[in-house]
Write a protein that binds this ligand. Structure first.
Ligand SMILES: [Cu+2]
Length: 159
């Protein structure tokens, strides 16, 4: 996909309230949940965008999945040229109208100990647990991801 096409897709996603693969329930909206292919027993990494479309703060407390032994919220950061990641404890609060992006280099969901392989084109079920007993059941779609972020993925896409 060339650069122009990518820009067009991004603009379309921003303007469409209910894109395929998006979820909305209980004042929470999730867009474009995805992950990369991974082998069983390895760790997977989930990405998505969460928007609080309600009028009160929402707190993402935990994430559950039958596809992994456990799921934790992680945050990557760069300090002095060194990339590191830490577990986010105590949940993640999203202000009304705010969006939190889980994306390469920032927040992400670590799927620890995958119970089966994540194959390209497949789906990985997740449940996002928010305060107030709200739960949002979503599927991460297994995609090759942005070639820029991972040169090896780009090479394998040429097959
Ligand atoms: Cu991580």
């Amino acid at each position: 996909m060339n650069r122009l096409a990518l820009v067009a897709v991004a603009a379309l996603t921003l303007s469409a309230p209910a894109f395929a693969g998006d979820y909305r329930a209980g004042g929470i909206e999730v867009r474009r949940p995805w992950t990369r292919p991974a082998q069983a027993g390895m760790n997977g990494v989930g990405y998505l965008t969460v928007t609080n479309v309600g009028t009160k703060p929402a707190k993402l407390l935990s994430v559950e999945s039958p596809a992994a032994k456990s799921v934790t919220i992680h945050q990557s950061s760069m300090a002095n040229g060194v990339s590191s990641m830490r577990a986010v404890t105590g949940g993640l609060t999203i202000a009304p109208g705010a969006t939190i992006a889980f994306a390469p280099g920032g927040y992400h969901l670590m799927l620890m100990g995958l119970t089966s392989a994540q194959a390209l084109g497949g789906k990985v079920p997740l449940t996002l647990v928010f305060d107030g007993g709200r739960k949002l059941r979503i599927d991460l779609s297994v995609e090759a991801g942005a070639p820029k972020a991972d040169p090896m993925t780009g090479m394998h896409m040429d097959h």
